[in-house]
Ligand binder design. Structure first.
Ligand code: HEM
Ligand code: HEM
Length: 187
């Protein structure tokens, strides 16, 4: 079997965690965008004759965000453990994804290396953001870390669909068993 039980277990738990982290991030960037929420809260309360003002609308918007961030941070902590587990698998089994035989494998090797490096950054920056009260870091540093965290998120937003497309296309074109070997049985 090309991929060990440990690597396959890591792969699907990692996929679940990244799906939720990217999902909550995309919701935050679209339907739950703070300015959009503030505007619609101010407008709809005004229609009821209540003039609540910007600050109160912002408080309500942040209250609406809270469950989203609770999910984000919970799966963020799962990603912390999964990164430690992945490093353990690297130590036990070596860096199995490095392969330079074909252009496809060379490209996958570069992208997987970026994936692991940026996951390391998202875990570090995410932990600082999640523990910001305890760390008492200056708001300037926190603001910069949040911006970098937000910018690096785009790699994962593009990685997920491109990865799924490429592994399915690669497996179909080469008629190889990589999909089933990563744990998806297909007849
Ligand atoms: C958020 C979702 C996902 C993430 C973050 C993800 C991440 C990864 C990573 C990092 C690797 C390289 C593992 C290594 O060898 O070090 C990998 C390999 C692989 N993944 Fe995913 N994956 C996801 C979803 C999927 C899905 C849905 C499929 C199947 C349709 C899939 C199929 C594969 C296959 C077949 C490999 C081995 C391919 C190869 O050796 O290049 N992945 N995945
Ligand atoms: C691939 C993984 C991740 C992605 C794509 C992602 C994406 C994002 C995005 C887009 C934001 C919004 C930034 C903004 O408001 O400008 C954010 C905020 C945040 N993320 Fe992540 N993140 C990831 C991993 C993590 C991890 C591992 C943790 C914690 C251990 C974490 C904790 C946080 C926290 C605490 C915030 C700030 C929430 C707030 O505004 O109150 N993230 N993340």
């Amino acid at each position: 079997m090309k991929y060990s039980i440990m690597l396959r277990l890591w792969h699907w738990l990692n996929a679940l965690s990244i799906f939720i982290l990217v999902g909550t991030a995309l919701l935050r960037k679209t339907f739950f965008d703070t300015d959009t929420l503030i505007e619609s809260i101010a407008k709809s309360t005004q229609e009821y004759g209540a003039n609540i003002g910007y600050e109160m609308a912002e408080v309500i918007a942040k209250a609406i965000h809270r469950p989203l961030w609770e999910w984000h941070i919970a799966f963020g902590y799962l990603l912390v453990f999964l990164l430690i587990f992945r490093i353990f698998i690297f130590v036990k089994e070596g860096v199995s994804y490095v392969d330079t035989v074909t252009i496809y494998n060379k490209l996958s090797t570069v992208i997987y290396t970026m994936f692991y490096s940026l996951t390391f950054f998202m875990v570090l920056s995410g932990l600082v953001l999640a523990q910001s009260d305890q760390l008492e870091a200056s708001s300037f540093i926190l603001h910069d870390i949040k911006n970098l965290h937000d910018t690096a998120a785009w790699f994962f937003i593009f990685f997920v669909p491109l990865h799924i497309l490429s592994v399915v296309a690669n497996s179909a074109l080469k008629k190889d068993k990589s999909l089933s070997q990563m744990g998806i049985e297909h007849r």
